[in-house]
Design a protein around this ligand. Structure first.
Ligand code: FAD
Length: 498
């Protein structure tokens, strides 16, 4: 029969590695880390492309320069990671139309302001809707420039529309990782603290690569973990760090199945797909210099090769452009050949810079959606975005979940829903609905028996970010350590009783 470890960590991304480090620091050495792929890092992943490190996943340390220090920024500083500041503020003045003309700055600034105002209005009307008031919906974007700005505001960050904890807590600056060792260097540095490494390689046999977990059998006594290659591992506890996309897929089955409150919370979290396509050219044909790093293409199809960045600031002389697609466009591009994608991207670049530009000599298209160990790029707990969504989000189950949550937190003597209590709390629940994203994350994070959940999607404040994953790993392992301590206490009490 398989030997039993204290803890099995599933997944060696930033959250799995940070969880392992905290466990080791607290004396839990007999852990096993099962990782489905052949490397650590997960969604922090570089590939050599055109002579530089292309970050296919996380690229930025977001949230720097504020009142609190971003822990990932601290790790980066300690390990001397090379970064460069990203100034997005000029992007709105580099908006190209399909004939290659840049929109005059006045027009661009006006459109941008209109779009921000409309987004704020949308949120207000949602609030009014929750309060039972009828309010007018702002009109939706129609022209190419409106669509382009809408894409930037909604598919990237909405910091100008609603406060995002990352920027509020850690500051508004963002730094692009521009280091040939890759963003993943931070993970190797972290792993060095508790896994045996030599010459930058992890040689510790507690880290098991190419181990795809397919089944978790859990009971009051422990967890049995089965992998695709027929191996069986046993542990007292499991920390599961697979992404929200993986949890929504059928890659891992649970015996007994996860309870309904858990599966519903997992289902309600949105999966964002974010695809950075890298293109290598024989020489530069785009403007460089201050304020030119980011540029935007306005097309009548929303999100069609909209957001561009040149890599000259990060890697001078690399002659690389990056274009970012999201969601539907990401899925479409993942399903077609790279040659077709190259052709589309070249068509867009010719619109912007004329017919005589050189063809790209290489292209790199990450496929996060079709990666069965990811199924998307990161989680998004939506602030409900329009009237239709209020209905779509299946308000009743959420109210139900929130109700249980409030009962626990407000000292309600009923541990399960009771009608009067429910009615009494309705007003509060409505307000809570606005914060449903936070509460949903706490349900996604909550343990089920001996299975503890971690990963960026379990972070209430920083989901979607590297620091969210890092901090979630720490929080989850601390909760587990607390549970282990309590379990020990229970055991010694019952022994004393005997
Ligand atoms: P992961 O890194 O996904 O780790 C989970 C691990 O579990 C993976 O290694 C996976 O292989 C493994 N696994 C899955 N299923 C199984 C299984 N069945 N058995 C065993 N192992 C399994 N964040 C930022 O802060 N800044 C950015 O600029 C940024 N940009 C991004 C751009 C893209 C394209 C993407 C994809 C992400 C980006 N992020 C960014 C988000 C950031 O990368 C993630 O939030 C973070 O890396 C998630 O870490 P994690 O440990 O939660 O999950």
């Amino acid at each position: 029969s398989p030997s039993r470890s204290s803890v099995i960590i599933i997944g060696a991304g930033v959250s799995g590695i940070s969880a392992g480090k905290v466990l080791a620091e607290n004396g839990i050495e007999d852990m096993i880390i099962l990782e489905a792929s052949d490397r650590i890092g997960g969604r922090i992943r570089k590939e050599n492309f055109g002579g530089v490190s292309a970050e296919l996943g996380a690229g930025w340390i977001a949230g720097v320069g504020g009142k609190e220090s971003n822990p990932v920024w601290e790790l980066a500083s300690q390990s001397g990671l090379r970064t460069c500041f990203s100034d997005y503020s000029n992007a709105r003045y580099n908006i190209y139309d399909r004939s290659g003309k840049i929109f005059p700055s006045g027009v661009a600034a006006d459109s941008y302001k209109k779009a921000v105002d409309a987004a704020i209005e949308k949120l207000r009307s949602l609030e009014a809707n929750l309060d039972g008031e009828v309010s007018e919906q702002p009109c939706s974007p129609k022209t190419p420039i409106e669509l382009a700005i809408d894409f930037i505001l909604h598919d990237f960050e909405m910091a100008e529309v609603e406060p995002i904890s990352t920027y509020v807590d850690f500051g508004e600056r963002e730094f692009l990782v521009a280091d040939n060792r890759g963003y993943e260097h931070l993970l190797y540095k972290m792993a060095e603290n508790f896994l045996f490494t030599s010459e930058g390689k992890i040689l510790d046999n507690r880290l098991k690569l190419n181990k795809v977990v397919r089944e978790l059998q859990h009971s009051r006594n422990g967890v049995v973990v089965k992998t695709e290659d027929g191996c069986v591992y046993e542990a007292n506890y499991v920390i599961l760090s697979a992404s929200i996309g993986v949890l929504q897929s059928d890659l891992i089955s649970f015996r007994p199945p996860l309870p309904r409150w858990k599966t519903e919370a997992i289902e309600k979290c949105e999966v964002m797909i974010y695809t950075k396509i890298f293109l290598k050219f024989p020489y530069k044909f785009w403007p460089c210099g201050p304020g030119k790093e980011f540029f935007i293409y306005a097309h009548e199809r929303r999100g069609y090769y909209t957001f561009w960045q040149h890599m000259e600031n990060a890697y001078p002389g690399s002659n690389i452009l990056v274009v970012t697609l999201t969601n539907g466009e990401s899925k479409r591009v993942e399903a077609q050949s790279d040659e077709e994608t190259l052709e589309e991207a070249m068509g867009v670049l010719r619109d912007m810079f004329g017919p005589n530009i050189p063809n790209a000599t290489d292209i790199l298209v990450p496929r996060w959606w079709n990666n069965r160990f990811q199924r998307g790029s990161y989680s998004n707990y939506p602030i409900i975005s329009d009237n239709q969504d209020v209905h779509n989000i299946k308000v009743i189950p959420i109210l139900f979940l929130l109700h249980i949550f409030l009962c626990f937190h407000s000292g309600c003597t009923w541990r399960f829903p009771c009608c009067s209590c429910f009615i009494e709390k309705r007003g509060k629940i409505k307000r809570e609905l606005h914060n449903a994203s936070l509460n949903l994350a706490s349900f996604v994070q909550a343990p089920v028996g001996r299975i503890f959940f971690t990963g960026e999607h379990t972070s209430e404040r920083f989901s979607g970010y590297v620091h969210g994953g890092y901090l979630a790993g720490i929080d989850t392992s601390k909760s587990l350590l607390e549970e282990m301590r309590k379990q020990k206490e229970r055991e010694s009490e019952s022994q004393a009783f005997l």
